[in-house]
Structures are given as C-alpha cells and as structure tokens.
Unconditional design. Structure first.
Length: 286
C-alpha cells in the first residue's frame, strides 16, 4: 500500500473538502493521508473526524511558503503531525493571513482597474475559506474574462501577469522554529522546484537542517526517477528522512491524482514508518 503526505483541500486552494479527500484516499487504496493546506489549519478538525469515521490514518499538517535563496524557485516547508491547537504556528499564521489579505486586495484592485469585472467579494465567496490565486482564476473564468484557468494565470495572475502582486514570506527560520515548537515534523517540500543542481542544493538543505529541518520530500510528481534517487541519497548524507506526496489540489490541477500524482507516483508505507520511528525516539505522538 502507499501513502500521500502532501495534499490540499477547500480549506486553502483545493476543490475537495477534507472529508471528501478521506473518501478518495480510501477509494485509491491509500493507507494514510496527510492534509497540508497552505497557511491554514482550518480543515484539520474535519480531517480528524473523517479519518476516525472512515478508519483511515490521517496526519494533520500545513504548508508554509518561506523566502528562498536568490535565483532559486519557491521554497515551501510542510509540517506534519500538528497538534489540535498549535499555538506557535497559529501566531505565525495570523501574520501570514494579514499579509495574504493585503496581497489579495491588491490583486483585486488591479483586476478591477483592468476592467475584468471581478470583485473581491465574489472571489471570497468562491473560496469559502483562505483566498488564493486559483480563486481569482475561477472568478475570471466565470466572468468570461479568460477562456481557461491557464490563461488566467498567464495573462493576469502569474509572475509576469498584469495583476500579479508579490507575496510576503516568512523566513525559513521563523517557519521551522514554529513547527518544531509545536511538535511537528518539518519537511522540505518539492526540492526539485527550487531549480538548483545537487551541488547547489546540498548547502541549502544543510542550512535548513541546522535550523530544524528533519525530512525532504523525495517522492513528488515533478521529480524524475534520477532526482528522487539524488534526493534520497542527499537525505541520507545529511541525516534527514524521506517524505513524499502528490500535492493534490483537485480540479485546479487536472491530471494530478490523489496518491498517484501523474499516475506513477508511489510513496511507500515504509516512509511513514520511518517518520513515526523518528518521532517516537523524540517522545512525540504519531
């Protein structure tokens, strides 16, 4: 059997509720599901209830964006095994949410000035939770300002889009400190998306390890078999554990399946076993 430790629900920018994701995980034959919504723990109570009811092992988590090294791609940190009330993380997330709200309003103002007809109220209604760029894309599509979600990002919301606004980010130290303080296991998400060579990546991960990183997302849909071998070897050299997941978002990432990624992803149960053994040695719950 296999697991998926990196997924997103309607609590952030996914299209399936946490309960629906538990049902899909069972249907997909997964033995465990981790929910790691962007900058929110809003879906975790529902995840826990649905997991108990369905008899599926669930791991409550979060995904945080952090400032990346100059010239690299996005640096994201996943925290797994959050407690029911992660006080340190909640204080950090309040700052993140305030910054996100300011950014969203800036995007909405730019879209209004461009004559798209999109309003922030309708975007918030579409989101039903934390507002992200996919919700702006859905609003643009609904308004027929674009013909596809891809066009929405290309013309308006992507890095070079007309309505793009930069995102305020935490430092890796801030994110890792909060996660560790709440007893979560910090994981570097999708290292391949940093766009660094193995020689460039190693000192970055070594620095993150010294700040509290404990695992690397080896298994990921965008990682080639060669990259997965490289990241597994790197984790071993640096005393870190492997992790992995699909980065499932539902309909906003068509073709990306829960637990299977683009069809060939398989995160073995042994990954979860090793993470649990590591936490048990630290005296942490699993």
């Amino acid at each position: 059997m296999s697991i998926d430790l990196h997924t997103h629900s309607t609590a952030s920018d996914g299209t399936d509720s946490p309960a629906a994701m538990v049902r899909k995980a069972l249907a997909a034959g997964l033995s465990a599901l981790g929910l790691t919504d962007h900058d929110t723990v809003g879906g975790l109570d529902e995840l826990r209830r649905a997991g108990v009811e369905a008899g599926l092992r669930v791991i409550p988590g979060v995904e945080l964006s952090a400032s990346a090294p100059p010239g690299s791609g996005p640096l994201h940190l996943v925290g797994l095994w959050l407690p029911e009330r992660p006080e340190n993380l909640l204080r950090l997330l309040q700052w993140v949410l305030d910054a996100r709200e300011n950014r969203n309003r800036e995007v909405a103002d730019k879209l209004a000035a461009l004559g798209t007809g999109v309003t922030y109220d309708e975007v918030r209604e579409l989101a039903g939770g934390v507002v992200g760029r996919p919700h702006f894309a859905q609003a643009l599509l609904k308004r027929k300002a674009v013909t596809s979600l891809e066009e929405a990002f290309r013309r308006y919301l992507g890095r070079w889009g007309k309505a793009y606004a930069p995102k305020a980010k935490l430092t890796p130290a801030q994110a890792l400190e909060a996660l560790r303080a709440d007893g979560a296991t910090p994981v570097l998400a999708h290292p391949g998306l940093l766009g660094l060579s193995p020689a460039e990546l190693e000192p970055v991960i070594r620095h993150l390890r010294d700040l509290g990183l404990e695992a690397i997302e080896v298994y990921y849909p965008e990682h080639s078999p060669r990259q997965m071998d490289q990241y597994a070897a790197l984790a071993g050299r640096l005393g870190l554990l492997p992790s992995g997941g699909s980065d499932y978002h539902g309909a906003v990432k068509p073709g990306l399946l829960l637990g299977r990624g683009k069809g060939s992803l398989c995160v073995p149960d042994s990954v979860l076993d090793r993470l649990c053994e590591h936490r048990a040695k630290q005296g942490l719950w699993t």
